[in-house]
Design a protein around this ligand. Structure first.
Ligand SMILES: [Zn+2]
Ligand SMILES: [Zn+2]
Length: 750
């Protein structure tokens, strides 16, 4: 008997019964069979060795394809687990990530041990041996009891695997074996490890089982794996570059914002005398001994001092005797009075501790009192933010949106109606009690906009209604995951909700999608990755509504010629969506824009309008954000441009510097002339040397520097220098003004 399968070009291929994707590849060409690592059968990724059925649609993938890379990362995880089990007898394997992004990782219970760089090196060497040996991944379909028996035999039965097994509803599970390691796993995997051409372990961090701080602490080992050697070199270079561009570092240098990532487990106490903070980065491997040393040194140096720690040690793994990892960063802050000599001696004692990277700070910043993940914008950052928001508002008014404002808190009752109270509570700040009622910080703006639409009876003539808001929301993030502006607990969504009639929705989607791309292009992004996410297993609304909505989204993408991939079942329970990731200068992807249908809220809030026949009808609701979060978007901008933002975004666009004080009057006149044309220009008389002034402007990434000396005064103009060091020479005032007005204007994107 034979089966016939369908190839991507629509051509049929005849194969013997029981043939696998690998057999299909061999039938096409033996060279192809050697090059492919994974298949899609009827749209679902799977191993090359699972038999095909008659009529199946087959796609084959090489290692450097999207599915190929996912499979490489996933297989690298299994190699990592294999190596850890071999090197650390008694270590318990827990689980890796659900989806495989650029990095891979796996979480281990290593009996309270902290894994450091020396461990990473050992593990990496062990993995490389497995790769060189081209170890194979074998799949088996077994019953749950058989899976447990199998784990037992290999000494890999543990409480984590039992818990994971209890989440799986099916009777049969698939397991994968690789050397001595066996894991519950849906797959797919590479045929063998030899397809991984480069691999590097990138770090470890302390995490908790199921991200729950009351549960067992685990060690997460992270890494990257590639189908080509050169890709690792590229990755390393990019990491170097990313470090230089880190928005947290640049944000500090350019004095844009302040945000704390620190997790403080203690409450404020007003006390006399010194107050010591010992802060350790929450994702560093911790060494209790070092912190103990800091504490005892402080006690000895300043007797009677009150000491506070910003880390709760009960929840962290203990250090071990043979731990050779470099000491974590220790941030010691002292408040209150102490003699200069006492401070000096203290500093000496701490920094003499050679293994430690100690930073001492005698100035209180009170960021612990502020709390982590809450951003404060300094004047320059405030200016930058207002420039972005002004542009955003201008474009929204032009696009027919109305601007609204809603409060930061609301009664819990509102969140009960919206469903957040029941389904999103772990993502919300705990409620506060006011007049005997619970109030919550808003995690979203949607309910407010719905109330605005519902403020009176709406006629079909009023739609579409487009309500936009730069709405600051508060969401609970776990301590330890905060990251600069990228991951915070309070952020401003550039939110809008579109309410329309069914006959208007296709047009609305078309318009909003164009608007999203126009907005992102205005900020200089040109490369995007678009995803359409469809109906998940759990959903509200009817199949008909979902079908129509998905069709609308797909049609618009096709009509606008936008390339997209489909995330089957990846939609929210309340509706399908389009997500747009922008690609930055380092080829990193950032999820910013989203456009989502909502079948849930109009129902929950009984939204209605009067249609042309005088009957009541439910409007269609769409959520959309373009920049996503203003905070995060600014973080992305800073890293994309390495701080050198386009001139139109810079708080200070032009700086005038003089050769000597006798040129100050002319400098003032030039400044005045530019200011009148709307250019953000500054001039501060200073006795510094000219070279120093120019250097300062360059460090601050000022796009244009105008140099004024004798010639510039005589001929009424200035010499223009660009941020990259280009010297444009002398320009007369009229030409200069025009050049700078053009250079500082918002780019026109159609
Ligand atoms: Zn797996
Ligand atoms: Zn919304």
């Amino acid at each position: 008997m034979a089966i016939s399968i369908v190839l991507p070009d629509g051509k049929p291929l005849s194969l013997p019964d029981g043939a696998t994707p690998l057999d299909a590849a061999t039938a096409i060409s033996p060279r192809l069979a050697e090059a492919v690592v994974v298949a899609k059968v009827d749209g679902k990724v799977q191993d090359l060795r699972v038999p095909l059925t008659d009529g199946a649609k087959l796609e084959l993938f090489k290692p450097d394809s999207g599915p190929g890379r996912d499979t490489i990362n996933h297989s690298a995880e299994h190699l990592l687990a294999t190596a850890v089990l071999k090197l650390y007898p008694g270590a318990k394997v827990t689980m890796g990530p659900q989806t495989h992004d650029e990095e891979f990782y796996y979480d281990f219970d290593v009996a309270g041990r902290t894994l450091g760089p020396a461990d990473l090196e050992r593990i990496e060497q062990e993995i490389k041996k497995l790769i060189d040996a081209k170890v194979a991944f074998q799949r088996k379909q077994v019953s749950k009891p058989d899976a447990l028996r199998f784990f037992d035999e290999l000494g890999q039965n543990n409480e984590y695997k039992q818990e994971i097994l209890s989440w799986i509803p099916e009777d049969d599970v698939s397991i994968y074996q690789c050397e001595g390691f066996v894991d519950l796993c849906r797959g797919p995997h590479l045929p063998h490890a030899g397809f991984i051409k480069a691999l590097k372990l990138t770090g470890t961090s302390g995490v908790y089982w199921r991200a729950d701080a009351s549960k067992q602490s685990l060690q997460r080992v992270r890494g990257v794996a590639f189908p080509k050697k050169e890709e690792l070199d590229f990755y390393n270079k990019r990491q170097e570059e990313a470090k230089k561009r880190d928005h947290r570092k640049l944000g500090k240098e350019l004095e844009l914002f302040i945000v704390s990532e620190r997790y403080d487990d203690h409450d404020y106490r007003e006390e006399q005398g010194l107050d010591l903070y010992v802060g350790v980065k929450a994702d560093s491997p911790l060494d209790r001994k070092l912190v103990d040393f800091a504490l005892s040194t402080t006690e000895a140096s300043f007797p009677g001092v009150s000491i506070r720690q910003t880390v709760n040690f009960e929840k962290l793994p203990a250090a071990t005797e043979d731990d050779k990892s470099p000491r974590p960063q220790l941030d010691v802050r002292l408040r209150g009075a102490a003699t200069k000599e006492a401070r000096k001696a203290f500093e000496q004692k701490l920094t003499d501790q050679k293994d430690a990277e100690v930073s001492l700070n005698f100035e209180p910043h009170y960021t612990e009192e502020l709390g982590p993940g809450l951003v404060m914008w300094l004047p320059k950052g405030g200016r930058l933010r207002s420039i972005i928001e002004d542009q955003w508002r201008k474009m929204h008014f032009e696009a027919g949106y109305e601007l609204v404002y809603s409060p930061h808190i609301a009664k819990a009752d509102l969140w009960k109606v919206s469903g957040h109270w029941d389904f999103y509570r772990e993502g919300m700040f705990s409620p506060m009690s006011v007049d005997g009622h619970d109030y919550c910080c808003k995690p979203m703006n949607c309910p407010f906009h719905i109330l605005m639409v519902k403020s009176r009876i709406r006629s079909y003539r009023e739609f579409p209604m487009r309500l936009a808001e730069l709405g600051t929301v508060y969401r609970y993030e776990l301590p330890g995951v905060m990251h600069g502006l990228m991951r915070v607990r309070g952020f401003t969504q550039d939110d809008a909700h579109l309410f329309c009639r069914p006959d208007q929705v296709a047009q609305e989607i078309d318009t909003v999608l164009k608007f999203i791309l126009k907005m992102l292009r205005t900020f200089g992004f040109e490369q995007f990755e678009v995803n359409l996410s469809t109906r998940p297993a759990q959903y509200v609304g009817s199949l008909e509504e979902w079908g129509l909505a998905e069709q609308n989204l797909r049609d618009v993408l096709v009509r606008q010629g936008i390339e997209f991939s489909i995330d089957e079942g990846g939609g929210a329970f309340y509706g399908p969506k389009i997500d747009i990731k922008l690609v930055d200068a380092l080829q990193r992807r950032w999820q910013c824009s989203t456009l989502q249908y909502d079948f849930n809220n109009p129902e929950r809030f009984t939204m209605e309008y009067v249609n042309s026949e005088g009957a009541k009808e439910r409007p269609i609701m769409l959520h959309r954000a373009l920049l996503g979060s203003i905070e995060r978007f600014i973080g992305v901008l800073i890293e994309h441009y390495a701080g050198a933002l386009p001139a139109w975004l810079m708080p200070e666009q032009v700086r005038v510097v003089t050769v000597s004080d006798k040129h100050n009057d002319h400098a003032r006149a030039v400044t005045q002339a530019l200011m009148q044309k709307g250019v953000r220009v500054s001039f501060t008389p200073s006795s510094d040397k000219l070279g120093g002034k120019i250097r300062n402007a360059q460090i601050e990434k000022i796009p244009y520097v105008l140099v004024v000396g004798d010639r510039e005064v005589e001929q009424n103009g200035a010499s223009l220098r660009l941020r990259d060091g280009t010297d444009k020479g002398f320009l007369a005032l009229a030409e200069l003004t025009q050049t700078l007005v053009d250079g500082c204007s918002v780019p026109v994107v159609t």
